[in-house]
Design a protein around this ligand. Structure first.
Ligand code: NAP
Length: 330
């Protein structure tokens, strides 16, 4: 799938970009891998890890359309991972978050169309489903832009899809590194926002593998959601520090008790496959109808029941303490 392809990753120096680059260098022979991001130090550090002949490092900001237009010359596939993703920072700096996550998405779409890129996958988050914080709302706008971009494509061949998943275990600013810090500093308790809180749980490698698979599955306009386990935050705390008491600190601004990946209002658009769901667009592209229950690689699915919601609180698959420890080590 990725052999001999020229691939650009916006936000390529981030957690996803590192794991994606490591994976494709190991398993494929891409013609070119372009890392597109702003900070020269992160790029310098990444170059020490990945300096293969196919690697290219482009300093650029997704807010800068001209730079994206240049960077996407001769690119086959784009993964749009660049984002501002800290919930509190987005609440305090809404315009900055909109510029990167919404206007940046628009610029990526324009540059991809202009350069006749074949396929674009944009990364989304469970926070974009029924959003209650600005980060989630900007990612929902971004999802809508990428889905609708299949309409602008007109006679151009570019197709756009979205991959939406939940908490990446151990990613920057997430709860596992926070708990680790408390444990290392020998604090007398772990902070728990609410004892009922649950989250979807995915490893970086699982996220990367899911994105790669969807390059083969996509026809354009789909939101791909992997079936992944949930974790109760109190189970996570007990698994990481069985002897430490848990201190309830209350839910924070912009936080939900449970996350949603497939909203019930989209149930009429959602098809279940063996290991994932697909939310199809409510609009039709290029005047075509298609069979939504079979994808490009021959996998068969069936429509979910009316009102179905994929929610971290009602997910049938929760991780046990032992499994949580295993996940944290991945
Ligand atoms: N981590 C999670 O738990 C999680 C869960 C679900 C979905 N996601 C989504 O997955 C994607 C990747 O997340 P991640 O964990 O890899 O994030 P990350 O580690 O914070 O990396 C974000 C990357 O984006 C770059 N960036 C930020 N603003 C930019 C801009 N204006 N122009 C160009 N590059 C910019 C950053 O580098 P510079 O600062 O150097 O530019 C960095 O390389 C995001 O879209 C996020 O919404 C993440």
């Amino acid at each position: 799938m990725l052999n001999n392809k020229s691939i650009l990753i916006t936000g390529g120096t981030g957690s996803f970009g590192h794991k994606f680059t490591e994976t494709i260098i190991k398993n494929y022979t891409p013609r070119k891998v372009v890392i597109f991001s702003r900070d020269e130090l992160k790029q310098f550090e990444m170059q020490q890890l990945f300096n293969q002949k196919c690697m290219r490092y482009f300093i650029g900001d997704v807010r800068d359309k001209d730079r994206l237009l240049m960077a996407m010359n001769d690119i086959d596939y784009v993964i749009h991972a660049a984002a501002l993703k800290q919930v509190p920072a987005a609440e305090y700096n809404p315009t900055e978050c909109i510029k990167t996550n919404v206007q940046g998405a628009e610029n990526v779409i324009h540059a991809a169309l202009y350069n006749h890129v074949e396929k674009v996958i944009a990364l989304s988050t469970d926070k974009a489903a029924n959003p209650i914080n600005l980060y989630g709302a900007t990612k929902l706008c971004s999802d809508k832009l990428f889905v609708a971009a299949n309409n602008f494509a007109g006679t151009k061949k570019t197709i756009f899809s979205v991959v939406r998943y939940g908490n990446v275990v151990g990613s920057r600013g997430s709860v596992v590194p926070l708990f680790k810090k408390f444990i290392e500093k020998k604090k007398d308790s772990l902070p728990i926002t609410d004892p009922k809180m649950t989250r979807f749980w995915i490893t970086l490698q699982e996220g990367v593998d899911f994105v790669i698979k969807n390059f083969s599955r996509m026809s354009g306009g789909e939101i791909y959601v992997p079936k992944i386990p949930s974790v109760k935050i109190t189970d996570l705390a007990s698994a990481m520090a069985p002897a430490l008491p848990q201190k309830i600190i209350g839910i924070r601004p912009g936080e939900k008790l449970h996350e949603v990946m497939c909203p019930s209002d989209d149930s009429h658009l959602t098809v279940e496959f063996e290991d994932h769901y697909v939310i199809f667009p409510s609009i039709q592209f290029r005047g075509t109808t298609r069979d939504k229950t079979i994808n490009n690689v021959g996998e068969k699915g069936s429509p979910v029941r009316q009102g179905f919601e994929y929610n971290s609180g009602t997910n049938p698959h929760f991780l046990s303490s032992k499994e949580i420890i295993g996940y944290n080590k991945k």
